[in-house]
Design a protein around this ligand. Structure first.
Ligand SMILES: Nc1ncnc2c1ncn2[C@@H]1O[C@H](COP(=O)(O)OP(=O)(O)O)[C@@H](O)[C@H]1O
Ligand SMILES: [Mg+2]
Length: 362
């Protein structure tokens, strides 16, 4: 016989519902309020942070499912989400105000790393997370082009004002060497300069408080991964590859490189996974199939998802409208699923950390 709904039984039914930011039970962190609980009506309000904005919908659905299962005779079950404010603290020697810093890397150029990095940032920002995008590919900065941003950033009180991409109701700050070096001009970067340039873009840019800073890494080289790991604690890296053996081999090297500098690998994305011919609907595995999933499982890292070859992705990239590509119903489900798994994995990793010491009861 199901329990009668009252605030205690309703809270108990949601005991395993975790905060999608910290991975800890919402009932324990004071982020859950029962506003109605009787034989006819249950109403619960969840207080969630913008860090987990992309998971609000599934968290709300999960709460409803748990309540309907625990109280099958109650006709009216309502779960609402209210914003919960938990600001980021300053991290690293540079004091960046961000909760999660995600490096997107690959072993090889041309696998779609910048496209995926930009799409992850766009997905998080679109959902409502405060997100910044740093193009750390100083050799071939392509983020300005992909997002259709140009011009030179202003300097204000010694800080670089990042370029801003309007997205949803807000704006996403974007910084790239491409804004500082004239297009087509070759820069020969030596180790210390590289270190300086990356540190400066991180430290001297007025990012504002961020849920996420997404970093588009240059291909291959470990220098920048090392610099980043010295300057601030990275939440982890996402490795992009294609299903081709040679790309997978390079991705495996990239994973080893991140591990060497103690950057956790948050998962792998398989880009250009296959092509579905728009005329016939027939699928072609142009670069092979399923290799990234296999490699991820062999290396015991999460597989975050795949993105097929879609002509509009390339067209939007060329036209500087990668933001519009994210909203294209043909592309969005793939890109959104990657963001959801990424954010879910970050919460799971946070939950695996030892819990904060509980305060003594006075
Ligand atoms: N899934 C995809 N389908 C079609 N074109 C893609 C896809 N991913 C990337 N591209 C295109 O491939 C080219 C290389 O992508 P880019 O993101 O710049 O790669 P990288 O940063 O790894 O060098 C770009 O022209 C981009 O638009
Ligand atoms: Mg690139």
């Amino acid at each position: 016989m199901p329990a009668a709904p009252d605030p205690t039984t309703v809270t108990a039914a949601l005991a395993n519902l975790n905060d999608p930011e910290t991975g800890r039970p919402l009932a324990e962190t004071g982020q859950l309020a029962v506003t109605a609980a009787d034989a006819a009506t249950i109403a619960v309000s969840l207080k969630l942070t913008t860090h987990s904005a992309i998971l609000w919908k599934v968290t709300r659905a999960r709460a409803e499912e748990l309540l309907r299962a625990a109280f099958p005779t109650v006709a009216d079950v309502t779960v609402t989400v209210e914003p919960h404010h938990r600001p980021p603290s300053k991290i690293g020697q540079i004091g960046l105000e961000a909760k999660s810093v995600i490096a997107v890397g690959s072993g090889k150029g041309g696998v779609g790393k910048s496209t995926i990095a930009a799409s992850i940032a766009l997905g998080l920002a679109r959902a409502g997370s405060a997100t910044g995008l740093l193009d750390a590919d100083v050799y071939g900065p392509s983020v300005p082009h992909l997002l259709g941003l140009s011009g030179r950033p202003q300097i204000d009180e010694g800080k670089i004002v990042p370029m801003r991409l309007p997205i949803g109701g807000g704006e996403m700050p974007v910084m790239s060497m491409g804004f500082l070096v004239p297009p087509g001009e070759a820069v020969v970067w030596r180790g210390p300069m590289l270190h300086g340039a990356i540190t400066q873009m991180l430290r001297d840019t007025r990012w504002g408080p961020l849920d996420y800073l997404v970093i588009d890494m240059p291909p291959g080289t470990g220098d920048i991964a090392l610099t980043l790991s010295q300057v601030l604690p990275l939440t982890g890296a996402v490795v992009v590859c294609t299903p081709q053996d040679v790309a997978l081999l390079d991705a495996t090297k990239a994973i080893a490189m991140f591990r060497k500098v103690n950057i956790p690998v948050l998962g792998m994305v398989e880009n250009m996974a296959y092509f579905v011919c728009p005329d016939t609907g027939k699928r072609y595995d142009i670069f092979g199939s399923g290799g990234a999933k296999r490699t991820a499982s062999e290396l015991e890292i999460p597989f975050l998802g795949e993105v097929p070859i879609q002509i509009p992705i390339r067209e939007h990239g060329d036209a500087g409208t990668t933001a519009a590509n994210y909203d294209d119903p043909a592309a969005r489900p793939y890109l959104e699923a990657i963001c959801e798994r990424l954010v879910g994995g970050i919460a799971a990793a946070a939950a695996a950390q030892p819990p904060l010491p509980s305060l003594p009861v006075l």
